[in-house]
Design a protein around this ligand. Structure first.
Ligand SMILES: [Zn+2]
Length: 124
C-alpha cells in the first residue's frame, strides 16, 4: 500500500452512524454504516451480492433496517475489522478496499476513466 493511501485518522461515530477516515494525502472519506454493512468484503457477503446481481428475485435473508456497529478493531496496519450487530462479523475492510468504495473517490475515478476514453478515442 502506498504511503499516501494510509489513514492518519479514523473516527467511528456511532451517533452519526458513519466512519470517517482522513488519509495521509489529506483526503477525507465518509462512509455511512448502512453503506459499509451492505458492502461487507467477506467471501460470504460477496457471494450473496453476486447472486443478487444474477437473480433479481433473490431474497436476502438476514436483518433488515439500519446497520448497527457492534465492534471494531484494527487488523495490523492495513485493515479494519467491523462487526455488525445482528449482521456479518467477518468483514475485514482493508484500507485499499475502503478507498475503492469511497463514494467521493469512486466518482473521481469514473471521471478519470471517461477522460481516458476520450483521450484514447477511436483506437481499438
Ligand atoms: Zn460479510
Amino acid at each position: 500500500m502506498a504511503e499516501e493511501h494510509k489513514p492518519v485518522d479514523l473516527t467511528l461515530d456511532k451517533t452519526a452512524r458513519e466512519l470517517r477516515i482522513e488519509w495521509a494525502e489529506g483526503r477525507k472519506s465518509v462512509y455511512g454504516f448502512d453503506y459499509l454493512a451492505a458492502l461487507c468484503p467477506c467471501a460470504n457477503c460477496r457471494e450473496k451480492r453476486q447472486e443478487k446481481e444474477r437473480n433479481p428475485l433473490y431474497v436476502l435473508a438476514g436483518p433488515s433496517g439500519p446497520a448497527e456497529l457492534d465492534q471494531a478493531e484494527m487488523m495490523g496496519r492495513y485493515a479494519l475489522h467491523l462487526i455488525w450487530k445482528g449482521g456479518c462479523a467477518s468483514g475485514i475492510y482493508s484500507f485499499d478496499y475502503l478507498r475503492s468504495i469511497c463514494p467521493a473517490m469512486a466518482r473521481e475515478s469514473l471521471d478519470a476513466e471517461a477522460a481516458e476514453k476520450e483521450a484514447d478515442g477511436g483506437d481499438g
